[in-house]
Ligand binder design. Structure first.
Ligand SMILES: Nc1nc2c(c(=O)[nH]1)N(C=O)[C@@H](CNc1ccc(C(=O)N[C@@H](CCC(=O)O)C(=O)O)cc1)CN2
Ligand SMILES: Nc1ncnc2c1ncn2[C@@H]1O[C@H](COP(=O)(O)OP(=O)(O)OP(=O)(O)O)[C@@H](O)[C@H]1O
Length: 188
């Protein structure tokens, strides 16, 4: 059964990646600030975010907006087959998978537990909170350590009724899209 789910995920990833090419990708600046307000996160608190690639919703401006709001922003750093975190201090360097990563000291995977809000990239999210990522399993492994709400950032078309799920998939608490803003999950 799991191999069937895995095949369906792979097919969906191909389709979702193709749809992103040539699409207008939202920068998500105002949207993340609305998520910060919605979850009652205050200046001085920590949030986890990500540096969007050229084919992901989000932007460096999104990360800067969080910092300008007075939040401590942790960004992911790929270390082996896991995710570590470093605080964003305005400096980025080239990292794994063509992504930009923060230059600061590594804080350990469990630093995700210090975040009052965890913003994660996704290719799609469904109404029950199942998140489809790029297939590396990086977030599935680290999100078990999160204590704050986990919010996946996608385009409106990528918030879908149903996705294949495997036992290790960690459900997200909400989805954030340009048109709908924060939608808490599960939702009907
Ligand atoms: N912006 C961003 N940062 C992130 C992730 C992400 O999805 N997006 N990650 C999520 O886990 C982690 C890194 N893991 C990743 C796993 C696979 C791919 C990937 O498949 N990327 C390209 C292929 C790049 C290549 O050829 O090497 C792709 O999307 O086709 C990217 C990141 C942590 N940081
Ligand atoms: N908690 C876990 N422990 C061990 N292996 C895991 C765990 N979670 C995921 N994996 C492995 O990672 C592989 C990819 O998982 P999955 O398809 O859910 O990735 P994804 O959520 O799309 O990717 P990402 O989290 O990087 O965005 C799985 O086939 C599984 O073997």
């Amino acid at each position: 059964m799991t191999s069937g789910e895995r095949d369906r995920k792979a097919t969906l990833r191909t389709r979702l990646r193709a749809a992103r090419r040539g699409a207008v990708l939202p920068r998500m600046v105002d949207e993340v600030l609305s998520a910060v307000a919605e979850f009652g996160v205050s200046p001085g608190e920590t949030v986890c975010a990500y540096v969007a690639s050229a084919v992901e919703p989000g932007s460096l401006a999104m990360v800067e907006a969080l910092r300008a709001h007075g939040l401590r922003v942790l960004l992911p750093v790929v270390v082996g087959d896991g995710l570590d975190w470093a605080a964003y201090d305005g400096r980025l360097r080239a990292g794994a998978f063509g992504l930009r990563e923060p230059e600061g000291a590594l804080l350990g995977a469990e630093a995700v537990g210090s975040a009052a809000l965890v913003l994660v990239p996704a290719l799609a999210v469904d109404r029950s909170g199942v998140r489809l990522g790029k297939g590396g399993g990086y977030y599935d492994r680290v999100l078990r350590l999160a204590t704050g709400p986990v919010v996946a950032v996608v385009r409106d078309e990528e918030f879908v009724p149903s996705l294949p799920a495997e036992p290790h998939d960690v459900r997200v608490d909400a989805v954030l899209t340009p048109a709908r803003g924060v939608v808490r999950l599960p939702s009907l």
